[in-house]
Design a protein around this ligand. Structure first.
Ligand SMILES: NC(=O)c1ccc[n+]([C@@H]2O[C@H](COP(=O)([O-])OP(=O)(O)OC[C@H]3O[C@@H](n4cnc5c(N)ncnc54)[C@H](O)[C@@H]3O)[C@@H](O)[C@H]2O)c1
Ligand SMILES: [Zn+2]
Ligand SMILES: [Zn+2]
Length: 362
């Protein structure tokens, strides 16, 4: 089968003929129908990645074509969406419903003696986040897959697996935003837009979105932002204080650059929280002054995958989409072929592009 390989840091995405193993244990073979380009894969391909060559792609939707002997949660013909959340289902965190902080995520992967799932010219190829969706087919543990209704279109379905779980989940699960609260979303990209949708669903009264591109801010308004701020031309901290009077109850940072995160902390109201989601460079982070934050009772929280439970939340967002209550169609700005992933990531720099999705896997 064909797969898009990343052969080293900064080496982009190149289509090669690779081999996929037969499903064993809880593995499911999925014929990929759509695969979204999330910023995190670009980070892996440019500055975070350690294992190469690798098949990236972690926003994946497709059809089940074969199941391993121990699979019970899906069957051939099901339409499934993958998620990079890896959970064992048996540790104390999983058993208390917090699968996103599973203590044994490696239980979803093969052990060294079971051989690689993907190989190229007889040598093992790493599988990005247990998914490897930039390929015609993928071999995925059943715990990383959720079944969605057949009528769910492929491109929006794929986006649910990461961008939607992360953006909407940060608001609904991690922050548990209440109706009437004030929210700031920094970074109106493919993930941030789903935070806007989440804030609308939660009933937030004020939804402020900041970005440096007017085109992205315009789209944020269409998704439900009540106020937008271009932080290239306006001081975003002052703007948020002016709009809210006393700061925001919840500030979500989808950018993750030190000066931006520092501004985010300054926007937080007494008793409010700053949520760290985006990462733009290896030194992303924020300095927290104990006296200021303790007197304001503020919290800073890292957010992994919107604290989501993928088996509950993926079908939930698919259902909200099919009912017309969650806008996913306007996230799909461009559909491309498997060979065009490097160009697809370039296109994301354009101020009008939300998400690029591979839907031509021929
Ligand atoms: N924590 C997690 O579990 C998790 C999961 C998925 C993605 N992510 C991360 O979330 C981030 C967002 O992902 P995405 O796919 O939406 O990326 P994206 O590139 O689509 O969006 C980023 C947005 O930030 C804007 N931006 C850049 N600099 C800015 C600044 N100084 N101020 C305000 N806005 C600015 C860009 O114009 C763009 O609209 C990425 O860093 C990604 O790696 C984290
Ligand atoms: Zn992602
Ligand atoms: Zn677990």
């Amino acid at each position: 089968m064909k797969a898009s390989l990343t052969k080293g840091l900064g080496q982009g995405f190149v289509v090669e003929e690779v081999d996929l193993a037969e499903p064993i244990g809880h593995e499911v073979r999925v014929e990929v129908r759509a695969s979204g380009l999330c910023h995190s894969d670009l980070s892996v391909a440019t500055f975070i990645g350690e294992e190469f060559p690798v098949v990236l792609g972690h926003e994946v939707a497709g059809v089940v074509t074969e199941v391993g002997p121990l699979v019970t949660q899906t069957k051939v013909g099901d339409h499934v969406v993958g998620s990079l959340i890896q959970y064992c289902g048996a540790c104390t965190n999983c058993l208390s419903g917090r699968t996103h902080v599973c203590l044994r995520p490696e239980a979803t992967l093969r052990t060294a003696d079971q051989g690689p799932r993907i190989s190229w010219d007889g040598a093992p190829v790493a599988q990005g986040m247990g998914l490897g969706g930039f390929a015609q087919e993928a071999l995925i543990h059943e715990n990383q897959l959720a079944v969605v209704p057949d009528e769910m279109p492929w491109a929006p379905a794929a986006l649910i697996g990461c961008g939607v779980l992360t953006g909407a989940g940060a608001v609904l699960n991690s922050a548990r935003v209440q109706h009437g609260e004030t929210v700031v979303i920094i970074g109106a990209g493919g993930v941030g837009m789903n935070a806007v949708s989440g804030a609308r669903i939660a009933g937030a009264e004020t939804i402020i979105v900041t970005d440096i591109e007017d085109g992205k801010l315009e789209r944020a308004r269409a998704f439900g932002a009540t106020h937008v701020v271009n932080s290239r031309t306006v001081d975003p901290v002052e703007a948020v204080r002016e709009i809210t009077g006393h700061g925001a109850d919840h500030v979500f940072d989808f950018v993750g650059a030190r000066p931006v995160t520092a501004q985010g902390l300054q926007m937080v109201a007494k008793g409010g929280g700053l949520y760290l989601i985006g990462v733009s460079s290896g030194d992303a982070g924020v300095e927290v002054n104990s006296i200021a934050t303790l007197s304001g009772s503020q919290r800073v929280q890292g957010v992994y995958m919107g604290s989501s439970n993928l088996k509950r939340d993926i079908p939930l967002y698919a259902s909200l989409y099919l009912q017309g209550r969650m806008n996913l169609d306007d996230l799909v700005s461009k559909e491309i072929g498997l060979a065009d992933i490097s160009a697809g990531y370039e296109a994301l720099k354009d101020g009008t592009t939300a998400r690029v999705v591979v839907t031509d896997l021929s």
